[in-house]
Structure formats: C-alpha cells, structure tokens
Design a binder for this molecule. Structure first.
Ligand code: SAH
Length: 436
C-alpha cells in the first residue's frame, strides 16, 4: 500500500470510531500527545486533555454524529470534509455543521489535526470553550498555513502556552454562593479592587472601591438615555452608582442567581427598579438581541471567563461604535516557575482564568474585533488591596468561620495566600470600541 492508501484507511477507522468510541479513536488513531488545533478555538497537545475534551463534547451533545463527505490524501496529509449533526440540548433544535480537517500522519497515526468549523453554532452549550487556550495569542503560527505570522498575536506569558481548562459556569456560581456573602462582610458590597490615589492615601476599602467604580464611569462616559449592559454584575453596587451618574438604563447579568435576586431587591429598595434590573444568565451566551446596547462594562468579571469568547459575545449585543469598558487583572512582569504555579493554583481556586500581560491583552482586544481606545495599567492604585484584604480577613476570621462555615475558610485562605501578594498581579482599566 502507498502511504496515501494507508492514511486513507486510517481515516476510515478514525471516522467510524468518532461516532462509536471516541476514546478508542484517540488511543488508536492518534500518536501519543498529538497536536490538535481548531484555529482560534482550542489547542491541545496532550492526550489526557484530548480525552477530557471529547468527553465534554459528547456530554454537551450526546447524539452528535459526524459523517465524512470526501477525502483527499496527499503525501503525509489527508484532507477530510464532513458534516456533524445532532440536537442542541439547550433548546432541542437540530444542528448541522460542516467541518474540514487536515490530518497529518506519521507511521499511520495522526500527529497533527487541524479542524475547521463554525463553532458559534454551539455557543449556547459550548463546553469546548472550557478547553480553549484562554489566550487570544495562541501561538499557531507554526501550523497556521497561509496566515501570515504578523497577523497573529504572539504569545508572551508562560501561563498562556498550555490550554488549561477554564472555569465552568457551575464552579464560578458555586464560588460566589459563599464569596458574595463573605466579601460583603470583609470587603465591600462591590466585589472589585479599590483605587487609592497614592501610597499615602488612607481611604477606607469602601471609599476606594467606589472610586474604582468612578474611574470606570469616567471611561464609559455614559450619556442620558443610554442602554448599558453590566456583564458580571455582582449584587449591583456598581450598576447603582452608574445609574446615579447618568439617567441611563442599566441591565446587569450574573451567572450566580442569588446575586441577581439580591441585586433586583436592592434596585427596588433604592427606587431604581424602573431603569436598573438584573438577569440570571451566562455572559458567553447573552440572552439579548444583536446590537441592542449603547455601552457595556465588564467590571472584574472577565477573569472568570474565556475572555475572547466573552468579548465576542459582548460585541454581538453592542451597537456599532459602542464602548466597552473593562477592569481586569494584569500580569505586570515575568513570573518564575514557582510563582507561576502559585498564581495558577490561586486563580483556579477562585474559578478564574489565567491573567494576561499587556501585550496579550492588546492582542486579545484586537482578535475580538474591538479597537482599543485606552489602556491604563492602574496597578499602582490597587496595590493596597492585597494587604487590606488580609487585614480585614485576619480581623474577622473566626467570626466568618462561625457564620459561614468551612467554605469561608477556603476563600479566606485564598485571600491570605502568597499568590495574592505578588506584585506582578496588577490591574488594568481599558476602554474598547466596537468599530462603527
Ligand atoms: N462587577 C461586580 C462583580 C464582580 S465579581 C462588582 O464589581 O461588584 C465577578 C462577577 O462576574 C460575579 O457577579 C460573577 O457571578 C460574574 N460572572 C462570572 N462569570 C460569569 C459568566 N460566565 N456569566 C455571567 N456572569 C459571570
């Protein structure tokens, strides 16, 4: 048999096993730790993650079925065109999506798999998003084919070179079941960093947290009558302040239902319910029409998300020319192996995605199709946050354990972990614009 014939036979097995036994497909058709890439979607370089991703895919759409429509073998490559069908488990509607794979073989096994398809059809149950490299700067240049290297953001942060699983919405929501309550006690009713003018500024946590909201409002520059979306709204504290700054309508959304109930209760209490309201939902599948908002902010909420997918989804609901303001963690310097591990562990424990460097952030924004109007590294202004958090935790540790139990311990230990004290853990504010 020629190499091409051998590879085509392997593709027939590959296609059959995909539908009957994907785990066997991975073990029998792929080399150990193959490179599996779906451009801009995922990049897997180890078999364990590959198995986990296939499992997630099956769970997301149990009746998925792929059919090969055509194959062409050239040298060590086979080009496969196919169609996948199944039922969207969220709303029961049938799905049908075409795909195309370029498989590179060595000794009859797939060493490289590049698969192209329109992933947006899965967006309302997109488990594979959890396996995306959170990095817009995925270094795919080596296998990117005709895409010029300069069009691709480069990968600069060591944390971004592996496709770490991103937090699931369940784990984020569970984290906030307890965090909302403990943070209200230990920090403020805003669940975001404080902003201190200088080292000498001794403002309280609450004053500093409100000042950060004011910085965000300044960047957003809301106009009266605007429809504004607050992505990851907590219990609404920043939204109320925003609504106080302009006669705008603010709609918040959070993945944690208890927060939404509390935020709506507070809106009523403040007499703001007619123009400030909150929905329970996922920022990665916003329950809003295309181009329905004049402005939006994601106030320390992207840290929990696949940032690229979230930015694209927010862009979808924004009107052309609308502004999106973002507050997020920022990695301000290189981390050695040990610190990287500390940060990775800390972020995972708070259901957060890896933090990005400025270069990575700029690349992310561009990749998501936004223009970056302003990027501010405000790490100097948030530096007091870490020690303030530890101080208030130490002061009320026993009381929190007594009131909220074991789970409060986990959160407070996280607040007191050395990762939270690393100076490289900085903070950014950015103003983005959806092109007009
Ligand atoms: N912006 C608020 C809360 C910040 S905490 C404030 O500054 O006070 C992060 C918020 O993001 C939480 O409300 C959390 O529930 C929300 N969040 C995280 N992931 C989300 C997702 N996928 N969809 C919607 N909200 C999400």
């Amino acid at each position: 048999m020629t190499v091409e014939e051998t590879n085509l036979a392997a593709v027939a097995t590959w296609a059959a096993l995909y539908n009957t036994d994907p785990d066997r497909m991975i073990d029998e058709c792929y080399a150990v730790d193959p490179e599996v890439v779906a451009p801009e979607e995922l990049r897997i370089t180890d078999s364990a993650t590959f198995h986990a991703m296939e499992k997630a895919g099956r769970e997301a759409m149990p009746d998925r079925h792929s059919e090969v429509l055509s194959t062409a073998a050239v040298g060590d490559r086979v080009f496969v065109e196919g169609v996948m069908t199944g039922t969207n488990p969220v709303n029961g509607t049938p799905l049908r999506v075409h795909w195309m794979s370029v498989l590179t073989f060595a000794d009859g096994l797939i060493v490289k798999d590049r698969t192209y398809m329109d992933w947006s059809v899965f967006k309302d149950f997109n488990r594979t998003a959890e396996y995306r490299a959170a990095d817009a700067g995925l270094d795919l240049t080596a296998t990117a084919g005709p895409t010029p290297a300069t069009d691709r953001p480069t990968t600069t942060g060591a944390t971004m070179t592996t496709a770490e699983p991103l937090p699931s919405t369940d784990s984020i929501s569970a984290f906030y079941d307890i965090a909302s309550q403990v943070l209200c006690e230990l920090w403020d009713e805003s669940f975001h960093a404080g902003y201190w003018e200088s080292e000498a500024d001794d403002s309280s946590n609450k004053v500093a947290a409100d000042r950060m909201t004011d910085e965000m409002i300044g960047l957003l520059a809301p106009v009266d009558g605007a429809e504004i979306l607050d992505v990851g709204c907590g219990i609404g504290t920043p939204a109320f302040r925003l609504a106080g700054a302009a006669r705008a309508r603010v709609r918040g959304i959070s993945i944690n239902e208890a927060q939404v109930v509390e935020a709506n209760r507070r809106a009523g209490e403040r007499g703001l319910a007619d123009r400030v309201s909150f929905d329970h939902g996922d920022a990665l599948a916003l329950p809003y029409a295309d181009a329905s908002y004049d402005a939006a902010w994601a106030f320390e909420s992207l840290i929990h998300m696949d940032r690229l997918a979230a930015l694209r989804e927010i862009s979808r609901v924004l009107k052309p020319g609308a502004r999106l303001v973002v507050a997020d963690l920022l990695q301000t310097g290189p981390l050695d192996e040990a610190d990287q591990e500390l940060v990775r562990d800390g972020l995972q424990r708070m259901s957060a995605s890896p933090m990005l460097t400025e270069a990575e952030y700029r690349a992310l924004v561009a990749e998501a199709g936004f223009e970056l109007e302003e990027f501010r590294d405000v790490s100097r202004h948030t530096a007091k946050m870490a020690t303030r958090m530890v101080e208030s935790t130490d002061r009320r540790y026993d009381e929190m354990v007594a009131r909220f139990g074991e789970e409060a311990i986990e959160l407070m230990d996280l607040i007191r972990s050395p990762a939270a004290q690393l100076p490289e853990m900085g903070y950014l504010l950015a103003a983005l614009r959806k092109p007009a």
